[in-house]
Write a protein that binds this ligand. Structure first.
Ligand code: GNR
Ligand code: NI
Length: 176
């Protein structure tokens, strides 16, 4: 297992559309292990493979509050097969956009079809935090970020801030 670097805005890889997993082999199991280790260390409640630079349709999730009741879940090739008409606002954050939080409006409930690590098909009904998180992560594997769901004014402001931070960081690396 290894903690991998989480890529941040404005890294262009965050805009890639991730590829479906064709075969769940040792490399996918290793990817999932690394994703859990990276997600728990961050700490975060969800992670998409592209956030560690791997454009595959793999998501890890753990919504448990306490460390002792870990509830790791893996979603491979997830698809939203239904969403509610009802929508609600929920404050979201993203490990690829650190320390920025904003309310996002999304459907309150979704049905998601996916494969588990054994390749078994599932379809689940999700609402509340699980529904929000699954939509946030499925957005990631389609190259979509939560800031795409907020006003253009707020989005442009946060992108500008991260572009500036990235430039300052690059300049520091040249000096060093
Ligand atoms: O850790 C995370 N918390 C969170 C809170 C509200 C809505 C979505 C999330 S997902 C986020 C981790 C992350 O960036 N996953 O892509
Ligand atoms: Ni995210």
């Amino acid at each position: 297992m290894a903690v991998r670097e989480i890529i941040k805005l404005p890294d262009k890889r965050l805009r890639l559309k991730s590829e479906p997993v064709k075969q769940i082999d040792a490399s996918i199991r290793k990817l999932v292990d690394d994703m859990f280790e990276t997600m728990y260390k961050a700490p975060g409640i969800g992670l998409a493979a592209i956030q560690i630079g791997i454009p595959k349709r793999v998501i890890t999730l753990d919504l448990s509050k306490k460390e002792q009741d870990h509830a790791p879940r893996v979603f491979i090739n997830p698809e939203i097969t239904w969403h509610s008409e009802e929508r609600a606002k929920f404050e979201e954050g993203c490990l690829s956009i650190p320390e920025y939080y904003e309310e996002v409006e999304r459907p309150t409930a979704v049905k998601v079809r996916y494969l588990d690590l054994a390749g078994k098909k599932h379809e689940i009904d999700a609402k509340g935090l699980l529904a929000t998180c699954l939509q946030h992560e499925i957005d990631h594997i389609n190259g979509v970020l939560f800031i795409d769901h907020i006003s253009k004014l707020k989005r442009d402001r946060v992108i500008k801030k991260f572009v500036k931070a990235a430039k300052e960081n690059a300049a520091k690396k040249v000096e060093a």
